[in-house]
Design a protein around this ligand. Sequence first.
Ligand SMILES: *Cc1c(COP(=O)(O)O)cnc(C)c1O
Length: 337
Amino acid sequence: MRPVDLRSDTVTRPTAAMRDAIAGAEVGDDVFGDDPTVLALQEETAELLGKEAALFVTSGTQANLTALMSHCERGDEYIVGQTAHTYRWEAGGAAVLGSIQPQPLDLDARGRFDLGQVAAAVKPDDPHFAKTRLLCLENTNHGKVLPLDYQAEACALAADHGLSTHLDGARLWNAAVALGVTPAEVAAPFDSVSVCLSKGLGAPAGSLVCGSTELIARAFRWRKMLGGALRQVGVLAAAGRHALTSHVERLADDHANARALAEGLGEIDGITVDSADTNMVFATLAFDDPTAFADHMAVNDVVVRVVGNTSRMVTHLDVDAEDVRHVVKAAAAYPGP
Ligand SMILES: *Cc1c(COP(=O)(O)O)cnc(C)c1O
């Protein structure tokens, strides 16, 4: 039996159909704008997200950084969640490479700012201060979906203060499926959006930044400077196009599997779980040695990561309902605290 790997939705391997799409991809030198598959992916993604233009980049990290640098100049500031990927998990790139000062603020357990705190954090126009330029949201954030009315309210507040808005939508697809709306509806209030093809959508690599034609023209230049311009990259774009047509609606299966996993684990002594909005289950382990739980699961062909006393378990393309039953059974067999 192949192990059930719940560490992340990034562990998926390309399906046979995706490999066929890769093998058959028409390609050209994308630095010259000659790769038809990249151009098609960019057009289709812009259309899907209701934006004028899109740019294919290597990763979600590069997507966010090029977007931030396209909005902000040296000495500008962006408001971002304390636990947001862009601030916490991207090696400080906005500050290091963009000379953009982050203003991190707390997010609640559902990934939302206190909008009063956001308003208070916008700096007055005064040479003592950095220029607050951008508000950055993340949907989903740790598997939690931001409701559309909250997004609209946050973006209206940003507009009132003259700020642009960026959505880190690495898992925007999951948010749209969970909300039962189109990806464009999730993206609508934002000036720019980054999306990943390599998370729940199961492509081997690739992300896109979407926004106005003018913003994407700036992003194009930053991508070059960041070393992210690639040549016959239609081979990856083909995987992305396949993912967009074949792997978005099925995210509902991942969400159902995550709910089943949460229910099953929740019945086990010593494990408490958070609600699973999308494809993530956060299990808190009341065991003396939580890492021993991970070792026990590994022996049972289940790969989980435990940090402190928490394990984030993520469902994806390579996990089915049968796998979930196996995981719950293996967890229930753990001798316990
Ligand atoms: C994974 C992720 C990213 C970054 O994507 P990489 O492709 O790993 O660089 C950005 N934001 C969020 C919310 C993510 O989950």
